[in-house]
Design a protein around this ligand. Structure first.
Ligand code: SF4
Length: 452
């Protein structure tokens, strides 16, 4: 691993009151540099960069993921100033016909162009508040764009600037593996899993975290299941326990375990399902006795946090408050002072009095922005080896410029009287097929009925 010193709280001058001066390391030296430097590619097209324009050319994506078409060469060679100027000009030309959504974990160079920032579900819902927007440009990852497509009107197009921006956690639960798990469970339990018994309970209620593909959300909708977020997981599990003997929780084992443990479910009733092992690596008895069956998935960002980091933060500053995301491992959540969703973490920082010290266990771009926004508090990332969400990082401003300019060109053609059919497809549009969308919406609607 390459380490390089960078400083959090970049807008606060060194030595300024409250400036966060923690010197930290990155898991990749290039990630600590100026983002466009990652894309300075003498000798294009080879070697293609690991991040930014061109990265998707060399990606090894799961078979079901859409293929990113080649970004035009001119965007790959543009200087930062020109890229930003083009983004601003295209947005101005498109006016209210476009809304740009930026996830909290997105890099600053993209966030500066976002009309709305938030977590994945908040952003998808915000797109509903812009009915005049024909185009929803979602600067997040693929499952988030799918969710926005599920919630927006048919005549609104959701665009993901780089289709290679997936989510490693969502990719850990593909439909075939989940269906295979369901079939094996049905064989082990000996009866249909989603048909109520005499007591009115089904055998298994499938619950999927928002961070999953539309296909998995559809699977849950079709089998009496539901979607949850990190904010409402407790309420959703309460709903599920009222309807079934067991819950199959996908894809994040940590959110499932942390939530169920807080609700009093013992660890020995929460077996882990490893999709690469027969019966998920469990005995029939363990499956029959289970209360929550946890899918073996995790977030590559949040799984990095450890109790040793918490110990080190407290040793350095005994007054520090440790706030972590529930996608962190159970031991980390147990050791933290507070745990909650991204929005919870933001509110915890806002609520902390001036002079407070907080060590945060979540994605570094959000932590850095919180540090910038609260110069009267010391905000540090719990992990000294910072690691951004590398898939989110694939949305480079160059991709944003490309999709916005292509949308502006479309609208110019429309104004010139070119028929819709001849305007060409919307670049990087994310569309969920009708059958999956119907079932996925059922699962989302169940969640909204539980927690509006
Ligand atoms: S932070 Fe983790 S869960 Fe969120 S998009 Fe990135 S890999 Fe997926």
């Amino acid at each position: 691993m390459v380490s390089v010193a960078v400083t959090l709280g970049r807008s606060a001058p060194a030595g300024a009151p409250g400036a966060s001066s923690a010197s930290v390391s990155s898991c990749d030296a290039r990630l600590a540099g100026e983002p466009f430097a990652l894309d300075a590619m003498p000798g294009l097209p080879a070697p293609a960069p690991e991040y930014g324009p061109g990265a998707s050319v060399v990606d090894t994506a799961p078979a079901h993921t859409p293929v990113q078409q080649q970004i035009p060469e001119r965007y790959r060679r543009m200087q930062a100033d020109e890229v930003h100027a083009r983004v601003r000009a295209a947005k101005a030309e498109l006016g209210s016909s476009v809304v740009v959504l930026g996830h909290h974990y997105q890099r600053d160079e993209v966030i500066e162009h976002a009309d709305v920032t938030g977590d994945s579900f908040l952003l998808a819902r915000r797109s509903l508040e812009r009915p005049e927007a024909k185009y929803v440009v979602f600067c997040g990852v693929h499952f988030m764009a799918e969710t926005a497509d599920l919630l927006t009107r048919l005549d609104q197009a959701v665009v993901l600037p780089n289709l290679a921006a997936g989510c490693s956690m969502a990719d850990m639960a593909d439909l075939d593996s989940v269906q295979d798990c369901w079939d094996q469970l049905e064989a082990a339990i000996g009866r249909p899993l989603d048909v109520p018994g005499e007591d009115g309970l089904v055998e298994v209620v499938p619950v999927t975290y928002m961070n999953s593909s539309a296909a998995i959300k559809a699977f849950c909708g079709e089998h009496g299941g539901i979607v949850c977020t990190s904010s409402n997981a407790t309420a959703v599990l309460t709903w599920a326990f009222a309807r079934g003997r067991r819950v199959l929780f996908v894809p994040d084992q940590h959110l499932g375990r942390n939530t169920a443990k807080a609700m009093g479910v013992p660890a020995d009733l929460m077996p882990l399902w490893d999709p690469r092992k027969p019966m998920g690596g469990n005995s029939v008895q363990a499956l029959v006795d289970s209360r929550v069956l946890l899918w073996r998935g995790w977030c590559s960002v949040h799984q990095r946090f450890t109790t040793a980091q918490i110990d080190a933060a407290r040793a350095a500053d005994p007054s520090v408050q440790v706030v972590v995301h529930p996608e962190c491992p159970q031991a980390v959540v147990d050791a933290a002072d507070q745990a909650g969703s991204t929005e919870f973490i933001i509110k915890a920082v806002e609520a902390a009095p001036a002079g407070s010290s907080l060590a945060i266990g979540t994605e570094i771009n959000l932590v850095r922005r919180l540090a910038d926004a609260h110069p009267d508090k010391t905000i540090t990332c719990l992990d000294p080896v910072i690691c951004p969400c590398s898939t989110m990082y694939r949305i480079h401003p160059g991709y944003l410029a490309w999709v916005l300019e292509s949308l502006a060109e479309r609208e110019r053609g429309r104004s010139a009287g070119i028929p819709e059919a001849e305007l060409g497809p919307v670049v990087n549009r994310v569309v969920v097929d009708d059958e999956s969308a119907a079932h996925a919406r059922t699962a989302l609607e169940r969640m909204l009925a539980v927690v509006p």
